[in-house]
Design a protein around this ligand. Structure first.
Ligand code: BDR
Ligand code: CA
Length: 309
């Protein structure tokens, strides 16, 4: 089994990722840390505890982390995930609260105390990870790698260029790129392509078990668009990044130089250098701003969906 820690901003698709991680026998979910992103921190913690209860993962500890990004104010994504962060899908309250310890200490302890290297999987703005790596850089020695849902080598979503998780806290993402830990980027290039057919979501939503009903309803969550249309997307979203740990061969990955833009309209964009012949800026090795990242560029979407289901 692969020991993993999840950092989340639950979130419709973070919920799907938590359900998958708690259920898959090849993953050992050591703990979950929460950060402000899709919703406020308090909302994220409550949603995360409720989702883990639904998953029967009462033993998986949850810690609360940063209430806002390093520099920016918190800017939630209520227009995408609904005011409650779960698209109005109501779950029974959890019968427990988060750990007394904050996310940074919690992650440090969980990483260093584990006998084998741990995969840290970030499905949210990377504020907690940046604070962890700056406070306790020694955790890098026991991280197998950091897998992050974030960024893009093509289109953005928060802006035309920037993906939400990186855009929400660009400085944090830049710190994580600079941490000297092996990195795997599950960005919008693949994220946007992994959807469940509408009929499958409807069948799940009509199921007799609560967990399946919730999965069906989360997949059926529709983003309100300005013209009032609510297209079905069926995205498994963040869950795809967790699926990639179980079936890495379902993705085509290239190791490429990546940096985060911090100024101007491009703020929060991940620049992925796909030149075949390096330019002046790369000729003499990677400069301080560039990190070598395993970037997922293509995915067998049907295969990942089968795994998720
Ligand atoms: C990412 O932003 C959030 O809205 C989703 O949960 C996902 O992590 C997609 O850009
Ligand atoms: Ca998320």
């Amino acid at each position: 089994t692969t020991p993993i820690l999840l950092d989340v901003d639950t979130g419709v698709d973070d919920a799907l990722a938590l359900l998958f991680a708690a259920a898959h026998p090849e993953l050992e979910l050591l703990g979950v840390s929460c950060v402000a992103g899709n919703a406020s921190l308090d909302r994220v913690v409550d949603n995360t505890l409720r989702v883990l209860a639904l998953a029967g993962a009462h033993h998986v500890p949850v810690a609360a982390g940063a209430r806002r990004p390093l520099i920016e104010p918190a800017r939630d994504a209520g227009h995408v995930h609904g005011a409650d962060g779960l698209g109005g899908v109501q779950l029974p309250p959890a019968q427990r609260t988060a750990e007394p310890e904050g996310a940074v200490e919690f992650l440090r302890r969980r990483i260093l105390e584990h006998p084998e290297p741990v995969a840290l999987v970030a499905l949210a703005p990377q504020t907690n990870l940046a604070l962890l790596l700056r406070t306790h850089p020694e955790v890098a020695d026991n991280l197998e790698r950091i897998v992050f849902m974030g960024g893009s080598a093509s289109v953005g979503n928060a802006t035309a260029l920037a993906e939400f998780n990186v855009w929400h806290d660009p400085e944090a993402a830049a710190i994580v790129l600079d941490a000297g830990v092996p990195l795997y980027m599950y960005g919008l290039d693949v994220f946007n392509r992994v959807g469940v057919p509408e009929a499958t979501a409807a069948a799940l939503a009509a199921s007799a078990t609560l967990r399946e009903t919730v999965v069906g309803r989360l997949l059926d969550h529709r983003i309100a668009s300005p013209d009032g249309e609510h297209p079905y997307l069926g995205w498994i979203g963040d869950a795809g990044a967790v699926c990639s740990l179980v079936d890495p061969d379902a993705l085509r990955v290239e190791r490429l130089p990546v940096r985060v833009e911090l100024v101007g309209y491009g703020r929060g964009q991940t620049v992925v250098d796909r030149r075949e012949i390096p330019g002046e800026d790369l000729m003499h090795g990677l400069g301080a701003q560039w990190a070598a990242v395993d970037v997922a560029l293509d995915v067998d979407a049907a295969r990942l969906v089968r795994l998720f289901l």
